[in-house]
Design a protein. Structure first.
Length: 430
């Protein structure tokens, strides 16, 4: 059995810094700080279940495509595993393991009765027609059906998937069962008309901004007039942009997969959203200077929001970053070595497991609504989301002050302690 020192060494010597390496590094470091013994660490580190699926749907042109898909249930000590379905051409099983670990800490930290899980579909969603996307999502749902359920694993949207896709997942389940509804909550982030909850689509982005508001209060920064730079303009990025702009902040630069935009005076977010709805990406928007997407981290600002994929802030670009706050809307956007540089440079980092936990919190409300046949209004969702994000931020902030740690270490320690407590409360056997 590998010792704790061995695991920490393994995590330290990793040079690739993918999502899994970052997740393992954060766990090993936190376990060391908390004095978690190697038996417990081994129990927590390895995922409870890893499933690899082979999908072979027939697309609308009559051709069969072979697609790899992954489902990982990292942990279910505190409740059914929860985590989104990522659809991307380069997603790997290792990424899904890392992301599912992150979900274990996130659900624990934000205090919802879930564990960590995640799914991946290795396919490029960007060029797919709606009908082909639906075919692939339905193929995934059919093949994965026996691996998810209200007491087991409950998926949701993530990069490359959206509300409409969750509607198809839900329909697949009720259709197979020959009934009009599902027996409990099988998936969150569904369209409201199918039992989704109002406000889920904007929850992650709004939650990100609620943590930025809390950080600004503590750091004495006025959000009005604050300059913001954003990487990624999908679900999370665009919702965060809308929310922060509505508070009077100036979003001066935005990138997506197609390129970047810069306007010192601030970019009109509603106008850019209409442009993207018509043109598919931010590329070519005329009221800002076009920049390369890699330049996004060179722009000085008060608040930087990475809202794209993992491992974006690395040793290659970290020293170009000039900002006061980094709000990690994306999962694992910062590699551990770059994270250390940010800390040394005095950047206040709101870690992903806190910053983007608004989505899973509102997913929990959707789960409750469906389980109890309740109806929760958008105003109730909004009030509960803002309250939970503030309380969680304050808990992490106070812990970091009391223990002289970074926000990331504080968040990880609070989260891991709860998981360890859950395991001990259940008992170690069998
Ligand atoms: P999305 O697919 O809706 O959007 C992703 C955006 O990132 C797109 O605008 C895409 O063009 C852009 N992008 C991808 N690679 C890029 C690059 N190299 N440079 C610049 N832009 C790039 O995904 P999303 O749901 O908004 O998720 C974004 C991040 O937030 C992911 O890391 C995801 O895991 C995380 N997250 C999402 C949710 C949620 O509720 N959707 C919840 C928690 C965390």
């Amino acid at each position: 059995m590998p010792s704790l020192e061995h695991l920490i060494f393994k995590a330290k010597e990793m040079t690739k810094h993918g999502i899994l390496e970052t997740a393992k590094h954060n766990l090993a470091r936190t376990a060391e700080k908390l004095g978690v013994d190697s038996n417990m660490l081994n129990k927590i580190e390895a995922p409870k279940e890893k499933i690899e699926l082979r999908l072979s749907p027939v697309l609308s042109d009559g051709k069969v495509v072979n697609i790899e898909a992954y489902i990982v249930r990292h942990n279910d000590v505190l409740g059914p595993s929860k985590g989104g379905i990522r659809m991307a051409p380069d997603v790997t099983m290792d990424d899904i393991v890392g992301l599912s670990m992150e979900m274990t800490w996130k659900t624990s930290l934000i205090g919802v009765p879930f564990g960590g899980g995640k799914s991946g579909i290795k396919f490029d969603a960007t060029s797919l027609s709606d009908i082909d996307k639906e075919i692939i999502i339905r193929s995934f749902a059919r093949n994965a059906r026996r691996h998810f359920g209200p007491e087991l694993y409950v998926p949701a949207p993530d990069m490359g998937t959206n509300e409409a896709d969750m509607g198809h997942v839900r329909d697949c389940v009720s259709y197979s069962d020959g009934i009009s509804i599902t027996r409990g909550c099988f998936v969150t982030g569904k369209p409201v008309i199918l039992g989704g909850i109002p406000g889920r689509k904007s929850a992650t982005g709004k939650g990100v901004v609620y943590t930025v508001i809390a950080a600004c209060e503590r750091l004495g920064i006025d959000i009005k007039g604050m300059s913001v730079v954003l990487q990624g303009f999908g679900n999370v990025g665009s919702e965060a942009a809308k929310e922060i702009a509505s508070l009077g902040a100036k979003v001066i630069a935005i990138s997506d997969i197609s390129g970047g935009l810069f306007n010192e005076e601030g970019i009109d977010i509603e106008e850019l959203l209409s442009y993207v709805a018509q043109n598919g990406s931010i590329s070519g928007y005329s009221k800002a200077k076009q920049i390369a997407k890699e330049e996004i981290f060179n722009i000085a600002c008060d608040c930087l929001i990475p809202a794209a994929s993992g491992s974006q802030i690395t040793m290659k670009n970290v020293n170009n970053i000039k900002t006061k706050i980094i709000a990690e809307a994306a999962n694992a956007p910062t590699t551990p070595d770059a994270d250390k540089v940010l800390t040394d440079n005095g950047v206040f980092v709101i870690p992903d497991i806190l910053c983007n936990a608004g989505g899973v919190f509102v997913s929990y409300l959707e789960y409750v609504q469906e389980t109890q046949h309740e109806q929760i209004t958008e105003a109730q969702v909004s009030a509960r989301l803002s309250e939970r994000m503030k309380v969680s931020f304050d808990k992490v902030y106070e812990f970091s002050l009391a223990n002289k740690t970074s926000m990331r270490e504080a968040a990880m320690q609070i989260a891991l302690k709860r998981v360890v407590e859950g395991i001990n409360a259940r008992g170690l056997l069998p």
